[in-house]
Design a protein around this ligand. Structure first.
Ligand SMILES: Cc1ncc(C[n+]2csc(CCOP(=O)(O)OP(=O)(O)O)c2C)c(N)n1
Length: 275
């Protein structure tokens, strides 16, 4: 029987490459539902990916798309959106793609406030290349390159995005699917740069190395580890240490959207040239 969302997937590209129990399918499902819920014409959507397990999502999604260089989807997305501001541009990226090799592009995209929706599939490691540590690997966690435990402090990507100027910033997990879908929907409807950090499970690499159990246990771990933002705000920092704070951190409309601002600038320049 055909599924109501089948039309959003490229059936000829399935089955996907993700491991059993990987959370990336849940994030991609939430993304599809969000496009549907937001009532966006699929022909007006462009999904742009970098390189990584997460970035493979764009190959399965039946929208226009670009699979670009590792760490550079935001650069391509900027070009696409500036060339045709009417398009809904969505970036699918990993924690490595977005915050390691693409970190500089990420902060400047936040600063610029171009109307792009960025969905970060954060599995706390480099999945595609075998489980090396990433900028979001928690301190103490094991990875293929931190076998005795990570001594780096991880980035909080939502705090980073907020500090850099992103105008919609939210976080959810693959356990909290409804919230994730709502956040992506709001990100798509938001006029400006939106960041949705989707905490995703990687049972094969991160889960196994950190003895987090199988796919179901990892979902349970997300449930147990999470705290809602409203509740977290009432607690002291030491009381929420090690917790995943979920919710909408930023939703502001006071900053101008970049492409609209650029249009105005162009018109003003044309008027001046006419004089
Ligand atoms: C310029 C460049 N450097 C390195 C790589 C190798 N590489 C491919 S994917 C990847 C990391 C992917 O990690 P992440 O973005 O977190 O995505 P995940 O696979 O975990 O979803 C790396 C280092 C590459 N393809 N291109």
């Amino acid at each position: 029987m055909a599924h109501v969302y089948d039309r959003y997937l490229r059936q000829d590209k399935l089955p996907h490459i993700w491991c059993s129990g990987c959370g990336n399918g849940i994030v991609t499902n939430a993304l599809i539902r969000a496009v549907d819920k937001a009532g966006i014409d699929p022909d007006q959507v462009v999904v742009i990916a970098g390189v990584g397990c997460s970035s493979r999502a764009n190959g399965y999604l039946n929208f226009c798309g670009l699979h670009t260089n590792h760490g550079r989807p935001l650069a391509y997305a900027t070009g696409v959106k500036m060339a045709n501001p009417k398009l809904h541009v969505i970036v699918v990226t990993g924690d490595g793609d977005c915050a390691s090799i693409g970190g500089n592009h990420f902060i400047h995209a936040c600063r610029r406030n171009l109307d792009i929706t960025t969905v970060i599939y954060n599995n706390d490691n480099y999945g595609m290349t075998g489980g090396q540590y990433s900028p979001t690997t928690p301190t103490g966690a094991k990875s293929k390159t931190t076998v005795y435990g990570n001594i780096d402090a991880p980035f909080d990507l939502c705090q980073l995005a907020q500090a850099a100027g992103a105008t919609y910033v939210a976080r959810s997990t693959v356990y909290h699917v409804q919230m994730l879908t709502d956040q992506i929907t709001k990100g798509l409807q938001h006029k400006g740069f939106s960041v949705i950090e989707a905490m995703s499970s990687c049972p094969t690499l991160f889960g196994r190395l950190n003895k987090l159990g199988g796919p179901a246990e990892m979902l349970q771990h997300f449930k147990d580890q999470s705290i809602m933002l409203a509740q977290a705000r009432k607690l002291q920092p030491e009381e929420i240490a090690g917790k995943l704070v979920l919710g909408t951190f930023v939703n502001r409309t006071d900053r101008p959207e970049y492409a609209a601002q650029y249009e105005q600038l162009k018109k003003a320049a044309e008027r001046q040239a006419d004089v």
